[in-house]
Design a binder for this molecule. Structure first.
Ligand code: ZN
Length: 210
């Protein structure tokens, strides 16, 4: 398992590393991304802390914008998780409100006057600030939707099962209320510890990294 994970890291580091603000036009339209985070190391270099993809056709760029640009935690569970950690680290009493989902009008109406919009925007800005400063990413071009999901799952499983990929003592995710994030050292809760990458998968990824 560690061998496949080391190979995945080697392949990912061969790609163009993007940081924020990023040029969306330089990214593939369909694909998978891996994130590196400041201070997180493994296999002799930057550690993969998240793997992600998109479902709709041609949505890779907009998916990354939902994480890094658009300040709405309810459209990005990743943003929500970063906010949870920033708030939890400071024992901030705003955390329960941050947990609420305001995607639907009904939810917004239900929460009504209890919603502190100004505070929520401030936390969104803190999340963006952290994300833009801490994360860099590499993309893999994969057009087939089923193949994207299959490879994404196997990449996550491979990294989650690797003994050499563990979080640093100062990793922000250690403040997560989510045990899966704290334990895995990854900004992920799904697809952990399932089927790992095969040699053939690694060859596909080596050809797909951009
Ligand atoms: Zn590893």
């Amino acid at each position: 398992m560690n061998g496949a994970c080391a190979a995945l890291h080697r392949i990912a580091r061969r790609g163009t590393v993007h940081s924020c603000p990023f040029d969306a036009g330089a990214l593939p339209v369909n694909g998978i991304y891996v994130l590196f985070e400041m201070g997180e190391q493994s296999h002799g270099g930057d550690r993969i802390v998240r793997v992600g993809t998109h479902t709709g056709v041609g949505q890779l760029r907009s998916r990354l914008q939902q994480h890094f640009v658009k300040e709405n935690k309810d459209r990005s569970i990743f943003r929500k998780n970063i906010g949870r950690c920033l708030l939890n680290r400071e024992s901030d009493p705003f955390l329960p409100e941050w947990e609420m989902d305001f995607t639907t009008r009904r939810a917004r109406e239900k929460a009504g006057a209890a919603v502190n919009t100004e505070r929520r925007r401030a936390v969104e800005a803190d999340v963006t600030g952290y994300m833009r400063g801490a994360f860099r990413f590499v993309a893999f071009s994969v057009d087939d939707p089923a193949e994207r999901l299959r490879l994404e799952s196997r990449m996550i499983s491979t990294v989650s099962a690797c003994d050499e990929c563990s979080p640093s003592s100062g990793w922000l995710g250690r403040h997560s209320p989510k045990v899966k994030i704290r334990d895995s050292g990854l900004w992920l809760v799904n697809e952990l510890f399932k089927e790992p990458l095969t040699d053939v998968d690694l060859q596909l990824l080596a050809a797909a990294v951009v």
